[in-house]
Write a protein that binds this ligand. Sequence first.
Ligand SMILES: Nc1ncnc2c1ncn2[C@@H]1O[C@H](COP(=O)(O)OP(=O)(O)O)[C@@H](O)[C@H]1O
Ligand SMILES: [Mg+2]
Length: 231
Amino acid sequence: MSEAIIQASNLKRSFHEAGRELHVLRGVDLSIREGEWLSILGRSGSGKSTLLHLLGGLDRPTSGSVVFNGTDIFTLGGGRLDRYRNRHAGFVFQFYHLLPELSALENVLIGSMLGSSVLGWPGRRKAAHRTAKEMLDRVGLKDRLTHRPAKLSGGERQRVAIARALVNRPSVLLADEPTGNLDADTAGSILDLFRKLHREGQTIAMVTHDRTVADAGDRVVTLTKGRLAAD
Ligand SMILES: Nc1ncnc2c1ncn2[C@@H]1O[C@H](COP(=O)(O)OP(=O)(O)O)[C@@H](O)[C@H]1O
Ligand SMILES: [Mg+2]
């Protein structure tokens, strides 16, 4: 069995809302193994996005740890936590979050810029262009490099977002309802793309409220009442 690349232990996250405390995650234990495609299934409001954000270092827990490569990422200083997020976590969201003014290629390049230091960027630009094109090719969009998001279909927008997430060759692809805004056929083609990436060795953690989508992964865990249960 492969090793865990991310290990979350007793993760808790509460929010203060309207004078009361909302306990969303109540002690989540989870490991993501290298090369696996893990699906986290849960109803709307169960805390799936909250959990995914913690795994990728986009948010901090109330308590508990996320260990990556032997280090609890929340003990890292701000700059190093940013580096973890930019280099090792590739995020894909339900609504793509592309910049409307930029072409597909430029949107993917943004991912490279985030993964590079300001000083290092000029020297990396050429290679970054090459990698961005390679990633768009990998997701089936080599003929759409100059298209802006408005000129792309929903499925194509999500492919651009996936290329952006992959451009720094992240240790884990974190996908938040990646097919939630797509019709069934297009959703199927995005899952096919995930299958291909998974076959190529990409580790994936995907959250969804949809059982059929979840079943595309190797292993399904369910988030309920703030805790995870094996399926
Ligand atoms: N920043 C926040 N402040 C207050 N409440 C939040 C915040 N983020 C999420 N929540 C609440 O936490 C619960 C879980 O949210 P979320 O993780 O987005 O669920 P899911 O992705 O499973 O639909 C919801 O009740 C939501 O309103
Ligand atoms: Mg959500």
